[in-house]
Design a binder for this molecule. Structure first.
Ligand code: 13P
Length: 333
């Protein structure tokens, strides 16, 4: 367990964060299509290489979450991506859930699958050099009707079973119950749903005997839905987010990382800066950092367009965003 503790702590070392480069094949195709880029195994390899092989990326990233296709591909240095990351001091991680399925108890809600055969897959990824893993559940807010307690509970139980298996396999689990930004809900509703979801999750983790010192939480920020008329200030997001976390996350948890969830790169950066300031003010017990996919990659993808001649400009945009996000971790009032 001491190895797991050290690995979990290293992922949240000061002024570094995670890149979530674990879009599934259909999601990667959607992200690429948004910029007119076709999707194929080779183009997805180039998409990953754009970010993972950037010179000096280890100054900003403690870890990268990979998808299984990428885990078995090679970067422009001729090394398998996990080996290449490891050689530069970046921990390779792997998404191990297998996406969602409709929840039988409530047709409009989704439950994450992937527990069947999980121990074997975890062992194979560990052998391939993975240090940590991720499992994502999605929680949708719809007025007061959704989420249902039953869907939150079922997702929490599966997250906890996964986390236990990951620790048994010697891999750090990142549990990600993503409360979605989509919707008309208020910031207060988002805060309440995050708090309730996390309370349910931490009960399930305790029931499974998961060691919280060797686990990271990945969460959304508490904020008004993207279809709400209200535009939150970063300070409001930060206060609501910290209130939800302080009320529901045990202090033993090794660290908390945030997803960007569809926030623009600037919004995700400004909100992270406000959250780190608020965390210092309330003396939050856990290290906090980013684990963004879209907010780190969007600007670079728009420039890259799938063309070798644009790689340099795209990487410059990626580096500029990493600089800003890193600065957000140490910003003062
Ligand atoms: P976004 O930052 O794009 O929300 O992605 C993070 C992630 O890992 C979602 O599962």
């Amino acid at each position: 367990m001491t190895d797991l503790f050290a690995a979990a702590r290293a992922l949240v070392e000061p002024s570094k964060g995670l890149l979530a480069a674990d879009e599934s094949t259909p999601t990667a195709a959607k992200r690429l299509a948004a910029y007119g880029i076709a999707s194929s195994p080779e183009l997805r390899r180039q998409f990953r290489d754009l970010f993972l092989s950037m010179e000096g990326v280890e100054r900003y990233l403690s870890g990268v979450i990979l998808y299984e296709e990428t885990f078995a591909q090679k970067g422009s240095d001729g090394k398998l991506f996990p080996d290449s990351l490891e050689a530069r001091g970046i921990a390779p991680g792997i998404k191990v859930d297998e996406g969602t399925e409709p929840f039988p108890g409530s047709a409009e809600e989704l439950i994450t699958k992937g527990l069947v055969g999980l121990p074997e897959r975890l062992a194979a990824f560990k052998k391939g050099g993975a240090v940590f893993t991720k499992w994502r559940a999605v929680i949708r807010i719809e007025g007061d009707a959704l989420p249902t307690a039953a869907a939150v509970l079922e997702n929490a139980k599966r997250l906890a079973s996964y986390a236990k298996e990951a620790q048994v396999a010697g891999l750090v689990p990142i549990v990600e119950p993503e409360v979605l930004l989509a919707g008309k809900h208020s910031r207060a509703r988002s805060q309440a749903v995050i708090q309730e979801t996390l309370a349910t999750l931490f009960s399930a983790l305790a029931a499974q005997g998961v060691d919280l010192g060797g686990l990271l939480l990945k969460t959304a920020m508490a904020r008004s839905g993207d279809a709400s008329a209200h535009k939150d200030a970063s300070e409001e997001v930060a206060a609501a987010t910290l209130e939800a976390l302080v009320a529901s996350v045990p202090r033993e948890v090794a660290g908390i990382v945030f997803l960007s969830g569809g926030e623009s790169p600037d919004e995700a950066t400004a909100n992270l800066a406000a959250i780190t300031r608020e965390a210092r003010r309330v003396e939050a017990p856990w290290p906090l950092t980013f684990s963004y996919a879209r907010a780190l990659q969007e600007e670079a993808l728009a420039l890259w367009k799938g063309k070798a001649e644009n790689v340099e400009a795209a990487r410059a945009a990626f580096r500029a965003r990493l600089e800003k996000v890193q600065a957000a971790l140490v910003s003062s009032p």
